[in-house]
Write a protein that binds this ligand. Structure first.
Ligand code: PEP
Length: 251
């Protein structure tokens, strides 16, 4: 089964509207003759999203994601942003369950599950992140941790067609340490087998599983060349147009 690659930039708490505009100007220059077919996604901060959507007007190649969303619809939830608001300003994907949301902001599998369902109900596409810590991997808990994250995070989600999974080993995020292509492939294959158990083989064959964790132009080709790796979620190397394009070029 062939799955189209999806390469996403997670800008985290970086780039206000001016920096994002400068990135897009530079990106258009380096990417103008790009013939690749990968889906390209940019995830700016909430505040920067409208200016990025406006700047991308007419450029269907690049979709916009948010880095989070509320599980609530509306009301007295100070500081939150809803799926309706994101849809209104042109967002298509929502990153959910990122390890920084899990570890710094204490997001549980149950909360992430509520957000995944809210996102899907709004017609948006979750980029659902999972991943183990180094202690969990070294303690032989890799498979149980990922199985729980998947089972609880996708509880009562009947259809995976609009879901992208991002496998991001926590020890590789922002550390410069990348999982080897073999480690990443083995884990992606395992994740796909968990999906096959829960949703059947054809859903498992169709679902896209991105790898995230210190992806850069120098390691992108090897990682993206693995049979079960269907793209990348990129943090640090997506902050500069040239290096983000270098990853796309290697896709
Ligand atoms: C991320 O934050 O999702 C990520 C993968 O970051 P980095 O590429 O910097 O490791």
């Amino acid at each position: 089964m062939s799955r189209n690659l999806i390469i996403a930039a997670n800008w985290k708490l970086n780039k206000g509207p001016a920096d994002a505009a400068a990135f897009l100007d530079a990106f258009c220059v380096v990417a103008k003759d790009f013939k690749g077919t990968a889906d390209i996604v940019l995830a700016p901060s909430f505040l920067t999203i409208p200016s990025v959507v406006t700047k991308l007007d007419g450029c269907d190649r690049i979709a916009v994601a948010s880095q989070n969303v509320s599980e609530q619809e509306s009301g007295a939830f100070t500081g939150e942003v809803s799926t309706c608001m994101l849809k209104e300003v042109g967002v298509q994907y929502v990153i959910l369950g990122h390890s920084e949301r899990r570890s710094i902001y204490g997001e549980s599998d149950a909360l992430i599950n509520a957000k995944v369902k809210k996102t899907l109900a709004a017609g948006l596409k979750p980029i659902f992140c999972i991943g183990e810590t180094l202690a969990e991997r070294e303690g032989g808990k890799l498979e149980s941790v990922l199985t729980t994250q998947i089972t609880d995070g996708l509880k009562d989600v009947a259809d995976l067609s609009d879901v992208v999974i991002a496998y991001e080993p926590v020890w590789a995020i922002g550390t410069g340490v990348t999982a080897s292509a073999e480690q990443a492939q083995d884990t992606h294959k395992f994740v796909r087998s968990v999906i096959a158990n829960l949703y059947g083989q054809s859903a498992a064959d169709a679902v896209r599983i991105q790898y995230g964790g210190s992806v850069k132009p120098a390691n992108a080709a090897e990682l993206l060349g693995q049979p079960d790796i269907d793209g990348a979620l990129v943090g640090g190397a997506a902050l500069e147009a040239e290096s983000f394009f270098g990853i796309l070029e290697n896709s």
